[in-house]
Design a protein around this ligand. Structure first.
Ligand code: B12
Ligand code: SF4
Ligand code: SF4
Length: 197
């Protein structure tokens, strides 16, 4: 998804470059649903899948593996994402990535003890956009004024809210960059069930 250098943000001890990893679409969902973690029906399949895949990558590349879950306090992925230069705070505060749009999310990160040079940052997508994200929430729970989490949960319990439950957050889906990313609605439905069991 992007990389952060030590001079751009506070990174864990010994890490010079942190590479943030997220689902690559289209294709992530079929890959994940074919995994043993998805099929064994035990809790937290995606976090367990992430640990297996990213721990192995880290070992192969001589890096450390860092996760957005499983620690208290959580690692500051939001702040690290902004420091990559290719992920921005959108008008509704959710992160927007240059190719994933508002579907931006992270499965983990690799910490390298050497500096790894990365390509120059692209231009932010929001500059010339009509901002459909600002008005897409049917109940105004997520707007430039902020995120009313209880109002969002209340709507998700209603019949009308089933559209968000099955297709994903309407705000995230409204972004033209999200639309071009090719994320399957089954994946969004899976995450919505974690967020709103
Ligand atoms: C706690 C949390 C939440 C909480 C509250 C957020 C809050 N007010 O802090 C709740 C439960 C509401 C939440 C909801 C969601 N979240 Co959340 N959340 C987190 C989590 C685990 C920790 C945040 C944190 O406290 N970090 C520690 C502090 C010290 O560091 P920081 O990250 O730099 O802190 C900054 C952020 O917290 C930010 N911030 C403050 N308020 C909010 C509110 C929101 C909504 C966001 C995105 C950021 C944000 O400001 C801080 C200073 O810069 C992060 C993962 C992570 N490890 O960061 C994901 C994370 C921010 N969430 C994410 C996601 C995907 C979601 C959901 C969309 C889940 C889903 N359904 O798929 C939902 C939103 C529901 C919807 N409408 O679809 C993504 C980012 C998505 C994006 N494009 O912005 C992250 C990075 C997880 C990931 N693995 O990718 N989340
Ligand atoms: S809809 Fe437009 S303004 Fe909103 S996050 Fe996407 S690109 Fe940015
Ligand atoms: S999930 Fe639905 S109700 Fe919640 S913020 Fe997104 S659009 Fe609004």
């Amino acid at each position: 998804m992007g990389a952060v250098q030590r001079d751009q943000a506070a990174l864990p001890d010994g890490v010079q470059t942190l590479v943030l990893l997220g689902p690559y679409e289209p294709g992530f969902w079929p890959e994940f649903t074919a995994s043993p973690e998805y099929m064994d029906r035990a809790p937290d399949p995606m976090d367990r899948w992430s640990r297996r895949i990213i721990d192995a990558l880290a070992q192969e590349l001589g890096a450390s593996a860092i996760y957005p879950f499983g620690t208290q306090p959580p690692h500051p992925f939001y702040t690290w994402a902004l420091a990559t230069g290719r992920i921005w705070s959108s008008p509704v505060q959710f992160l927007v990535h240059d190719t994933a749009g508002l579907w931006a999310s992270f499965r983990g990160a690799l910490g390298f003890s050497d500096r790894v040079d990365v390509p120059a940052a692209p231009a932010p997508p929001c500059t010339d956009c009509a901002r459909p994200c600002a008005t897409a929430c049917p109940v105004g729970a997520l707007t430039p004024q902020g995120y009313n989490v209880p109002a969002c949960h209340a709507f998700l319990d209603s019949a009308a809210g089933q559209r968000c439950m099955t297709g994903g957050c309407a705000v995230r889906a409204a972004c033209p960059v999200s639309r071009a990313f090719g994320r399957q609605s089954e994946q969004s439905a899976f995450h919505m069930r974690q967020f709103h069991p």
